[in-house]
Design a binder for this molecule. Structure first.
Ligand code: TTP
Ligand code: CA
Ligand code: CA
Length: 358
């Protein structure tokens, strides 16, 4: 089965988070500063695209950025807690669509969408993820979808911001344009080694033998870089996120508004979901009823209680939600789902990921 691997990267992330809560900064150059102890000094964490047009970029000293800035440019001190909060909401949405998610930094994650339903299905899922992130959180991201991690990452940079780039064919040609620095794992130091050997572009690697690269970088890295030049990357997506929710859905035999008929299915789904959630010894506080109606609209109704600690309680909450749905809506139900979330912090909960990795 051909693999389908995606990389999602949020656009000008810290700046976008600030612009979300400060609408008055819309259409202005915005620069996020990591202040240092000394007054009026610090480094630039990131800049939105308008500020990048002024040549302001990540890592630059604040003083230099101020020189490049115009009167309009807005400088904001970084608020990492707020960005982390938004980041976890984003990746909870990804978790909802995919169970194999590897978060690699505050604004970036790989996810494996390989399935017997094929690449088109993966493409469709990426579109849905982008839509949901935009619609629920107001944030844009760029996604690269390809057959391995290396290509997914490169693809994610192709259509920034708010892009989706599918890289499935013409991989050799795609790699031809890329600089050596674009290769995964190549920073300043390795770039120098490559360049001193006359390798400026990824395709130049092909003028050498695998053994040459092993000599320059050691066995593991040398072999990886050599394979990467041909678009080959065997690395798997290594899921590293705690499950944020457990859910199950089912399609009814025919569209229905019959309470008993739908409730029967909800009881079965609740049983499956409760068992799965209990396996990880987690307690949860939120139960949701997810409905897809005959027009394919998605409707989610949720209730949060101090603790939903038995199957009976879960079914009770779901029952009330179904009543609510049928009272409020005239549409027929096509698919029905049960979801639990809002897990209690406890055993096995992963601490925050890395401090920072761009
Ligand atoms: P990046 O994904 O590298 O950049 P970005 O999201 O700001 O912009 P792009 O649209 O090009 O993806 O980094 C993610 C966040 O990490 C960024 O918003 C701020 C932070 N960061 C730093 O604090 N210091 C740095 O040197 C870099 C590169 C990023
Ligand atoms: Ca980013
Ligand atoms: Ca990033």
């Amino acid at each position: 089965m051909q693999k389908a691997i995606a990389l999602l990267d949020l656009d000008y992330f810290y700046a976008q988070c600030e612009q979300l809560r400060k609408p008055e900064t819309k259409d202005k150059p915005v620069v996020i500063v990591m202040p240092s102890l000394r007054e009026n000094s610090g480094a630039i964490a990131t800049a939105n695209y308008l500020a990048r047009d002024q040549k302001i970029k990540s890592g630059m000293p604040l003083q230099l950025a101020k020189k490049l800035a115009s009167k309009e440019t807005i400088f904001i001190n970084a608020d990492k807690e707020y960005y982390k909060e938004l980041s976890s909401k984003v990746f909870e949405i990804v978790d909802f669509f995919c169970s194999k998610v590897e978060q690699v930094s505050i604004d970036e994650a790989y996810f494996d969408l390989t399935s017997p339903l094929g690449f088109e299905k993966a493409e469709d899922t990426c579109i849905k993820i982008k839509e949901k992130i935009k619609c629920e959180l107001g944030l844009t991201c760029s996604i690269g979808l390809s057959t391995n991690k290396l290509l997914a990452k490169l693809a994610s940079n192709e259509k920034k911001p708010d892009g989706l780039f599918i890289l499935r064919e013409g991989i050799e040609k795609f790699l031809e344009k890329k600089k050596i620095r674009d290769l995964f794992g190549v920073g300043v130091k390795f770039e120098k080694i490559f360049k001193s050997n006359g390798v400026n572009k990824i395709k130049d690697i092909k003028n050498f033998k695998k053994e040459d690269l092993v000599e320059w970088f050691g066995k593991a890295k040398g072999e990886d870089f050599y394979n990467f030049a041909f678009g080959i990357d065997e690395r798997n997506v290594e899921p590293n996120r705690e499950k944020q929710q457990v859910s199950r859905m089912i399609t009814l035999r025919s569209d229905s508004r019959d309470f008993e008929n739908i409730f029967e299915q909800i009881k079965l789904l609740s049983d499956l979901v409760f068992n799965e959630a209990s396996k990880t010894h987690k307690r949860f506080k939120t139960a949701s009823l997810v409905i897809v109606n005959s027009n394919y609209d998605n409707i989610t109704k949720s209730k949060t209680k101090t603790e939903i600690n038995s199957l009976k309680k879960l079914i009770e909450v779901e029952k009330a939600l179904l009543h609510e749905f049928l009272d409020e809506s005239l549409s027929k139900v096509r698919r029905v789902g049960v979801r639990v979330s809002n897990f209690e912090e406890g055993k096995g909960t992963q601490k925050t990921l890395f401090e920072f990795k761009g």
